[in-house]
Design a protein around this ligand. Structure first.
Ligand SMILES: C[S@@+](CC[C@H](N)C(=O)[O-])C[C@H]1O[C@@H](n2cnc3c(N)ncnc32)[C@H](O)[C@@H]1O
Length: 319
């Protein structure tokens, strides 16, 4: 962690940046972000990063990143809600002349990092603590669930991007796909009903926390609404979850199978990670237990193929 105006310097003892809630560890900066900040969540963020690298055919990004960071530019990269920090570290390795900064609510990132990579502690709901036009590239992945005013975050991203700079936004949907269809309400007696109920409960908790659960589907619309971007490109698609059985369903290619395995492992950690959030919102221990074990049944013994929809948008700030 490095020192920067408005952000904290983390020394050896970082305990003040964490708090305990229902037997898991959370960040202490933003009490409304109710996913844990602990070892399992770091593992989940690492799995998510590996999965996205498969999705991007071995790359860390989509879009004209090399052009945005070419000679003559400032070569500064910002990762919003960096989590385990692997994206920032990989970018710093790939672009040794760039300065890569990852921001998060909790000091979860490794202490030994490439010399051109730093991590800062800051609540992005209070803004992005950098000057106008400072960055060539802003990246935000799977972090809208900690931002109650996403359009405001976009305004901040526009402010800190130089004209011509690139933004990359990636957000997985909060509505699961069962047997190829988006399921918002669990249909009784249909496969993966417990899986759908779990996601429905999650969405309702986030809504109560003031999170706009429609952000993932509306990334492109929201970027366009700012009027600040050009070359807006949307790429979205379905990610298989797990090891789809052969025979009954169409066989998927080995590449997608790796994506599915990583997504499955991510979800295996995700289900218990929501226990504190559910308890915080007043569900009883028994209700939470039954929600999690039901979803685990559908994950471990699927009677219908599960998928997750991922939304990816990249664009350049107008010159
Ligand atoms: C689900 S993790 C995703 C991490 C990483 N971007 C990835 O793709 O693996 C979301 C991260 O965003 C961070 N985050 C959420 N809300 C935030 C906020 N208001 N300010 C800063 N970081 C935030 C969380 O602490 C968490 O590490």
């Amino acid at each position: 962690m490095s020192q920067h105006t408005d952000v904290a310097f983390i020394g050896e003892d970082d305990s003040e940046y964490f708090r305990r809630l229902f037997n898991r560890t959370f960040n202490s900066l933003n009490p409304t972000y109710l996913l844990p900040s602990d070892e399992d969540e770091v593992k989940r963020s690492e799995l998510h990063h590996r999965m996205m690298q498969f999705v991007f055919q071995g790359n860390n990004y989509v879009g004209e990143v090399k052009k945005a960071l070419q000679f003559g530019q400032q070569r500064r990269v910002l990762d919003l809600g960096t989590g385990c920090g692997l994206w920032a570290i990989n970018m710093a390795d790939e672009f040794p002349r760039a300065e890569v900064i990852g921001i998060d609510l909790a000091p979860l990132q490794p202490r030994t990092v490439p010399p051109n990579c730093t991590f800062e502690l800051c609540d992005l709901e209070t803004g992005i603590p950098y000057p106008d036009g400072y960055f060539d590239l802003v990246h935000a992945r799977s972090m809208h669930i900690g931002i109650r005013d996403y359009p405001q975050l976009l305004q901040e991203a526009i402010r800190v991007l130089r004209p011509g700079g690139l933004i990359i936004l990636i957000e997985p949907d909060l509505i699961p796909i069962v047997d190829g269809s988006r399921i918002t309400r669990a249909p009784a007696g249909v496969g993966a009903a417990d899986w759908s109920t779990f996601w429905e409960t999650y969405r309702s908790c986030l809504t109560r926390q003031g999170i706009d659960i429609t952000v993932p589907q509306r990334l492109t619309e929201m970027l366009n609404a700012t009027g600040a971007f050009e070359n807006v490109i949307t790429r979205d698609g379905n990610i298989p979850v797990g090891f789809w059985p052969k025979g009954k369903w169409t066989f998927i290619d080995p590449h997608l199978l790796s994506v599915g395995q990583l997504q499955w492992l991510d979800y295996d950690l995700f289900l218990p990670a929501l226990r504190p959030m559910f308890l915080f919102h007043g569900l009883t221990e028994n209700q939470v237990q039954s929600l999690i074990t039901g979803a685990q049944r559908d994950l471990y013994h699927p009677v219908a193929p599960l998928s997750a929809h991922i939304n990816i948008v990249h664009a350049s700030k107008q010159l």
